[in-house]
Design a binder for this molecule. Structure first.
Ligand SMILES: [Zn+2]
Length: 328
């Protein structure tokens, strides 16, 4: 078993994985809190968070407490946690443009990672596709895709006599222009509306420089990164950073599908088994270039694995390969 894994790893390493615009959504961590949550009356913001912790514990905690609508893992997998039309408790003490309790009018997306660390491109492209889908659904402009650190505030405390911004740096990197370009967001707010109106004071100068100034620590990582044409709809992926009046980007249509978790679900979604892995019948032989596509599935001992998550080291003889009927 070990040997075939090694052979396959070598055989598959020559096939370069291409970024796919398609996003897979798993309901594995759907929150048990869903039935208790009221339906949101309006949705005008998308709030991006960073988990500041690894995926596994984060997903469990978010699900148990119903603290986000979605969580995007490092491998690009999107987990749906709270139904998008219900309230998720993600923003805590928060205000935007004079309105408190941002949970009441926003979608919360947790991204596995840290507020000041670069994320894998595959993860950012998944966030991009998810955000585009939600922006289109709720008619949310690019600048209203904000970070948790932009909306969180603290009540007066022993260090700050006034209500202040700067309670958190959560999601800070998503305000940086180099990251917003990868996310396809052409604009951002040029100042904090609540600080400007003196409803809040700014308590974190560095954070304010990242959110509204020129501090962009991700430039060396992401500037020059060329996005696949499948993501940009054939364009160059370069997006003007001007706040208003910038060119509208094309919005390629995205297909969202729920990841089948069992063989009956695969069948119900129109998949069929197209071959069984053996030493001489490798995945690439069975499924061709689609061997590692998110819509190719591998099943063994009742486990279902999408091709883009499959670790070539764990390919085993006896795995069944599934594709949608007519996809070949
Ligand atoms: Zn947060």
């Amino acid at each position: 078993m070990r040997l075939i894994g090694t052979i396959l790893a070598l055989a598959l390493a020559v096939v370069s994985a291409t970024a796919d615009a398609k996003v897979s959504v798993s309901t594995r961590y759907r929150s048990p809190k869903n039935p208790d949550r009221r339906v949101r009356a309006s949705t005008t913001l998308i709030v991006l968070h960073t988990t500041e912790a690894p995926a596994k514990g984060s997903l469990r905690r978010l699900s148990e407490r119903g603290e986000a609508h979605y969580c995007v893992a490092e491998d690009g997998m999107v987990y749906q946690i709270v139904d998008r039309h219900r309230v998720a408790f993600h923003a805590g003490c928060s205000m935007w443009n004079g309105r408190e309790d941002v949970d009441d009018f926003s979608i919360g997306i947790e991204c596995v990672g840290y507020h000041d660390k670069a994320m894998p491109l595959v993860q950012l492209l998944s966030i991009r596709a998810l955000v585009e889908e939600l922006q289109a659904y709720y008619s949310i402009p690019d600048e209203n895709v904000v970070t948790h650190s932009m909306v969180a505030y603290a009540n007066p405390n022993k260090w700050q006599k006034k209500k202040c911004r700067g309670r958190k740096r959560c999601g800070m990197l998503f305000a940086m222009p180099s990251v917003r370009r990868i996310l396809g967001l052409a604009s951002r707010h040029s100042c904090d509306p609540d600080v400007r109106a003196r409803r809040l004071v700014s308590a974190d100068d560095y954070l304010a420089k990242v959110l509204y100034g020129n501090t962009d620590t991700m430039r060396s990582t992401y500037d020059g990164v060329k996005l696949p044409a499948s993501v940009t709809g054939g364009g160059t992926g370069k997006v003007a950073a001007s706040a208003a009046g910038g060119p509208r980007k094309t919005r390629p249509s995205r297909s969202f599908s729920y990841v089948p978790q069992s063989i009956p679900q695969l069948r119900a979604q129109g998949f069929e088994s197209i071959g069984t892995v053996t030493r001489s019948n490798l995945p690439i032989r069975i499924a061709g270039d689609a061997w590692n596509a998110p819509d190719t599935y591998y099943t063994i001992r009742a486990k279902v694995l999408p091709g883009n998550i499959l670790d070539p080291q764990h390919v085993e003889e006896g795995m069944n390969v599934w594709r949608r009927k007519g996809a070949r």
